[in-house]
Design a protein around this ligand. Structure first.
Ligand code: NDP
Length: 246
């Protein structure tokens, strides 16, 4: 049997990029997968269809991570749809880069709502349903560990906050046999950070491997943490960054 057979996962921002790769991977490992999206129902639908074609179960739900009611509804909807919840992947995120002085109040609110408040609220809502063996996995960023160039005040602030969330969740949920971990991707080829983008060469050059990673590289580590191999890993920050933070 597959490693996640019988498990139910919720992946936020599962319509594209790292979230889509994670949804596909967890489904390939046997989990039934709910995925959220904000603006691209077509992409979300493609992920669902691909999982179903492979014989898996998937469900897409529109839920803006910036909206608390929608975050709560996505967790409740997953439990309604699949009867339980075992794995929460807080992946949806936005990046606003630019000189410190140019970041607006709207930017601050939007980025903190999406990258910090949503994982907090989703973890809170999910914890009510998780049982022994449950997993909360958040997607941070290598910029939470090493700030190699200017322009990331807001983004790095938001991603570093997930360290506090993850470590405390590990302490509070550990007694229930539930783990919480953080995965820090480096430059990963997605719509957010295309490998042929303007700053791609600079970013690749800052890694030890000198190259971009693929969304599936991050998904592989999430799958490891979600599976039995992750049972004794909690409160950890794991870099999947080609050595960016070295
Ligand atoms: P993409 O921009 O390629 O994809 C973002 C995904 O998140 C889409 O599915 C999008 O949905 C969804 N999303 C965005 N905002 C919201 C929202 N408010 N509510 C619900 N869903 C939302 O990003 P990546 O795959 O590159 O990034 C995924 C995560 O990885 C993010 O947290 C990012 O910060 C982090 N990361 C990425 C790195 C990289 O180099 N790519 C490096 C380090 C960290 P829709 O399709 O509907 O728009």
């Amino acid at each position: 049997t597959r490693p996640l057979a019988g498990k139910v996962a919720l992946v936020t921002g599962g319509s594209r990029g790292i979230g889509a790769a994670t949804a596909l991977r967890l489904a390939a490992d046997g989990a039934a997968v709910a995925l959220t999206y904000r603006s691209r129902p077509d992409s979300a639908d493609q992920v669902v269809k691909e999982i179903e074609r492979a014989g898996g179960q998937a469900w897409a739900v529109r839920a803006d991570s910036g909206d608390a009611e929608e975050v709560w509804a996505s967790v409740a909807g997953t439990v309604e749809r699949f009867g339980r919840l075992d794995i929460l992947v807080n992946n949806a995120g936005v990046g606003v880069l630019g000189p410190f002085e140019t970041i607006s109040l709207d930017d601050v609110d939007r980025v903190l709502r999406t990258n910090v408040r949503a994982p907090f609220l989703a973890a809170q809502a999910a914890a009510a349903h998780l049982t022994e063996g449950g997993r909360i996995i958040s997607i941070g960023s290598c910029m939470a560990e090493r700030v190699a160039f200017p322009g990331g005040t807001l983004y790095a602030t938001s991603k570093a906050a997930l360290t506090g969330l993850t470590k405390t969740l590990a302490r509070e949920l550990g007694p229930r046999g539930i783990t919480a971990n953080l995965v820090h991707p480096g430059p990963i080829d997605t719509d957010m950070n295309p490998a042929d983008g303007e700053s791609a060469e600079m970013q690749a050059g800052l890694t030890a491997l000198g190259a971009y990673g693929q969304a599936s590289d991050v998904a592989a580590t999430v799958a490891h943490l979600a599976g039995d191999g992750g049972r004794y890993i909690t409160g950890a920050s794991i870099a999947v960054d080609g050595g960016f933070a070295v």
